[in-house]
Write a protein that binds this ligand. Structure first.
Ligand SMILES: Nc1ncnc2c1ncn2[C@@H]1O[C@H](COP(=O)(O)OP(=O)(O)O)[C@@H](O)[C@H]1O
Ligand SMILES: [Mg+2]
Length: 281
């Protein structure tokens, strides 16, 4: 994508996700405050911010896990249904900051679970194991294996998920999310716990997913990862979106620098060089 959008307002026809004024309160705590965010077809959008900024809570509002206290989320022009499985069916899939796999199921079985929302076979058909069921099951296995190929896990198909190294568990979560055939994939800290080589490979994987026509919204702390990948990046601080834009806009914004240093710019400490903040241009 060559265009960058720095303001919410007018959007090209291909707007996939349109979150408006999303606010999430827990008792007296406002975790997400009046956040607008759009994701267009084919985009990779970053969401960054210090710990506790409300990033995961915002994801939860986009996936039916939470119903926002205020605001609306539209996906493909439809207001998001208030249940996670309905959101998955509508075409939004996600991975979790804390990996959620079925540890005692195989790698392949974990991906098959992810296909559940796309298979029409009912319980009775499954119990009777008729020809329709067997055909659908064969089709599902084929698609699941193709996703394991795509994510580089095909040779681990028969292993228990819990025996995979951490980086591969993260990839398996992505494979499982892709199995629901999403139009938008939300990734919550996909490189957490990965070594630098795995992180670079994860960048390639995200680009490959986008090349399949799937838009991506990604939360990450690794700034190199974010700025290598993202068409636009939004910054959340204390629940509010303080900046959104391309790499240069975000990197050079004083409020972002302040948020990451954790101290006001007005009172610089003598020992902190101001040009020492990640990421460097
Ligand atoms: N279910 C919840 N109940 C109460 N407070 C919550 C809940 N989920 C998140 N929070 C609070 O909301 C704030 C934002 O958390 P979170 O969205 O996890 O931040 P981030 O992902 O940016 O690190 C934190 O103060 C957190 O303690
Ligand atoms: Mg989080």
């Amino acid at each position: 994508m060559t265009t960058t959008t720095t303001t919410a307002g007018t959007h090209p026809a291909g707007t996939l996700l349109d979150a408006r004024g999303v606010t999430m309160r827990f008792g007296g705590l406002t975790a997400v405050s009046n956040v607008d965010l759009t994701v267009d077809e084919g985009e990779i959008i970053g969401l960054i911010g210090p710990n506790g900024a409300g990033k995961t809570t915002f994801f939860n509002c986009l996936t039916g896990l939470y119903v926002p206290t205020e605001g609306t989320v539209r996906f493909r022009d439809q207001v998001l249904p208030p249940k996670p499985h309905l959101v998955t069916q509508a075409g939004i899939a996600r991975t979790f900051q804390n990996i959620r796999l079925f540890a005692n199921m195989t790698v392949l079985e974990n991906v098959l679970v992810g296909r559940h929302s796309r298979t029409k076979q009912g319980l009775l058909s499954a119990l009777l194991r008729g020809p329709g069921y067997r055909r659908a099951e064969a089709d599902s296995r084929e698609k699941a294996m193709a996703l394991l190929e795509f994510t580089g896990l095909a040779d681990k198909a028969g292993q228990l998920a819990r025996n995979l190294p951490y980086g591969e568990q993260r990839k398996l979560e992505i494979a499982r999310a892709l199995a629901s055939e999403p139009g938008l994939l939300l990734l919550d800290e996909p490189t957490a716990g990965m070594n630098p080589q795995e992180t670079r490979a994860a960048e390639d994987l995200v680009f490959a997913i986008r090349d399949r026509g799937i838009a991506i919204l990604v939360i990450e702390h690794d700034m190199r990862f974010i700025f290598n990948l993202c068409d636009r990046t939004a910054v959340l601080v204390q629940g509010q979106k303080i900046v959104e834009g391309d790499k240069e806009t975000v990197q050079n914004d004083e409020r972002v620098i302040t948020a990451y240093l954790g101290e006001p710019l007005e009172q610089p400490t003598d020992s902190t060089p101001t040009n020492d903040t990640e990421p460097s241009a």
